[in-house]
Write a protein that binds this ligand. Structure first.
Ligand SMILES: Nc1nc2c(ncn2[C@@H]2O[C@H](COP(=O)(O)OP(=O)(O)OP(=O)(O)O)[C@@H](O)[C@H]2O)c(=O)[nH]1
Length: 532
């Protein structure tokens, strides 16, 4: 310390400033430490998130962590951050394309499951909702996790349902068959083929004479089929298709050859007629010339005649000649007419035959077209017919607002009928319910079998109150039907979901709402109508 108080004061001031600077630096260092540890922890988390995506990115992030931990020069850290961020950008592009692929595959898997025949109705409904909900691509892989887990559960449920079906059949047939069934059920690919085969067979339209063969294959498929029988069924279906195709080809062949034969006949008849017309014309010409000459001769004879007796003789002779020529002419004309008439009637016969054949051909085509829109078992409209009709009604609705309602209807506990009384009883039930629908709804709505035990109705021009009343009446009517299987009286009920189409609805949204209503009707304990 100096004796000079001014100097001492200055020293004290400087000391204070130094202490302040030391404290500030310590603060800055603490701040820096906490920020860099925050950055390190962020990089650690980022490394964890990105781990395994790309080895270069993993290494870059590890190096960055090390540089930060060792408090490396800022320039080094900065260069590393730039390189890492470039890699992250590239990775993000890869992620986007992976995400798109995941989205597409998810949908393919969902649609593939939807195509499998015999899925439980509520599973089919939930699957349809899942596919609709996940229609738009998501932003992150994580968002697919719950969807994928749901889809996996659906696959699991579908397998269990198929498994249970097979087990129940195995149970009836005994232990040995049960073991075989279990082995079959475990074979995933096999199940897929059987389901695909079932779909093909159920959509197959065959001639009446083969309808029974296909019905047998259908019931075998429904009751669970062994490998050997599956092969037999495949061959049966192939045989039926080939025979029907051959029949079709032969009918077309007969028709075409008759057509060509008739055309040839008509063509040659026309040719012959034309030729004989030409011949007839020249023959006519000759006869006319002869007549003219004979008349001129007769006139000349008159000029040269000297007595009335001569004239008489001459005229008599010449008139005989003229009469002969006229008779020739008449005979010739009659012959001509007869020939023409004969040709015309043979042509008419041929054309009539052709007309008859083309009418029957046209009828066959119309019948085939009708069959392709008709459900073979119930003779109701099929799903394709419904899709076509409903799409048209929706267009009409958007052009001209009217009460358009869609109704989805499902038999309750139908599986139990099949399981307890057999598939034939199930089929009969479907037929009886279908004719009840026709009888009580008739022309008031378009009725179709949507698939399995699900029916769909489209009402045009029926308001909400009337619709609900009609549906409830139908529901009660069905519940009253006196079914009797194996001497047991059985009551069959239906659950119904209905909705009117809204202005901003599309086909899918409207159907979906009716489907949700049906689901709620089932949830309410079945044998119910729910309107949404
Ligand atoms: N006999 C017969 N059965 C069919 C036909 N199509 C589908 N099924 C059967 O219909 C049953 C439908 O069963 P589920 O989807 O479980 O429905 P459910 O038993 O009616 O149950 P809920 O709908 O919940 O009341 C399955 O056993 C199918 O095999 C068919 O054309 N004929």
């Amino acid at each position: 310390m100096s004796n000079n108080p001014a100097v001492n004061k200055e020293i004290m001031l400087l000391k204070k400033k130094l202490e302040l600077a030391i404290t500030s630096r310590a603060d800055v260092e603490t701040d820096l430490k906490s920020q860099s540890s925050l950055l390190i922890s962020f990089i650690e988390k980022l490394s964890l998130v990105c781990k395994g995506m790309d080895i270069t990115l993993d290494n870059k992030l590890a190096k960055l962590r090390l540089l930060l931990k060792n408090s490396a020069p800022l320039a080094d850290i900065q260069a590393h951050i730039v390189a890492t961020s470039l890699l992250l950008q590239q990775q993000s592009q890869i992620n986007i394309s992976n995400l798109n692929q995941l989205h597409e595959r998810f949908h393919i898997a969902g649609l593939a499951l939807q195509k499998i025949n015999g899925l439980p109705a509520d599973l089919r409904r939930k699957l349809r909702s899942l596919i609709t909900e996940s229609k738009d691509p998501k932003d992150a892989v994580l968002q697919y996790v719950p969807l994928l887990s749901q889809l996996l559960t659906f696959y699991d449920n579908a397998l269990t349902a198929k498994f249970n079906d097979a087990v129940s059949v195995g149970g009836l047939l005994g232990q040995e068959n049960l073991t075989t069934k279990l082995a079959e059920v475990n074979n995933d690919a096999e199940l897929k083929y059987i389901a695909r085969f079932e779909t093909i067979v159920s959509g197959l339209i065959v001639s009446d004479k083969h309808a029974k063969d296909i019905a047998v294959v259908k019931s075998q498929l429904n009751e669970g089929i062994s490998n050997n029988n599956l092969l037999d069924s495949l061959l049966t279906v192939f045989d039926v298709i080939i025979e029907d195709l051959n029949d079709e080809r032969n009918t077309a062949k007969v028709f075409l050859s008759t057509l060509s034969e008739t055309l040839t006949t008509v063509q040659s008849a026309v040719k012959t007629t034309l030729t004989s017309c030409k011949k007839a014309q020249s023959q006519h010409g000759l006869l006319n010339e002869q007549l003219q000459k004979q008349i001129v001769d007769m006139a000349n004879g008159l000029d040269k005649a000297t007595s009335l007796a001569d004239i008489k003789v001459d005229i008599n002779a010449k008139l005989k000649l003229i009469a002969g020529t006229l008779e020739k002419k008449t005979t010739f004309e009659r012959e001509q007419q007869d020939a023409l008439h004969g040709q015309l009637s043979s042509m008419t016969e041929k054309v009539e035959l052709l007309e008859r054949q083309s009418r029957s051909f046209e009828k066959r085509i119309q019948e085939q077209q009708a069959r392709s829109l008709q459900d073979a078992l119930t003779k109701l409209n099929n799903r394709a017919a419904f899709d076509e009709y409903f799409a048209k009604e929706m267009v009409r609705f958007h052009n001209k607002n009217f009460d358009l309602a869609i109704v989805v209807m499902d038999l309750d506990n139908f599986k139990r009928i099949n399981d307890t009384y057999g598939h034939t009883a199930g089929d009969k039930t479907l037929q009886v319910i279908s004719s009840t629908l026709k009888k009580y709804i008739g022309s008031e709505a378009f009725i179709a079998r949507y698939g399995g035990e699900e029916f769909v109705l489209v009402f045009s021009g029926t308001n909400q109150e009337n619709l609900i009343e009609k549906l409830n009446r139908l529901r009660l009517q069905v519940a009253k039907l006196p079914f009797k299987f194996k001497s047991n009286k059985v009551t069959i009920t239906i659950s119904i979901g209905a909705t009117h189409i809204h202005q901003d609805d599309n086909v899918h949204m409207a159907f979906e709402r009716a489907d949700v209503a049906l689901y709620q009707a089932k949830e309410k304990g079945k044998n119910n109508v729910v309107y949404l």
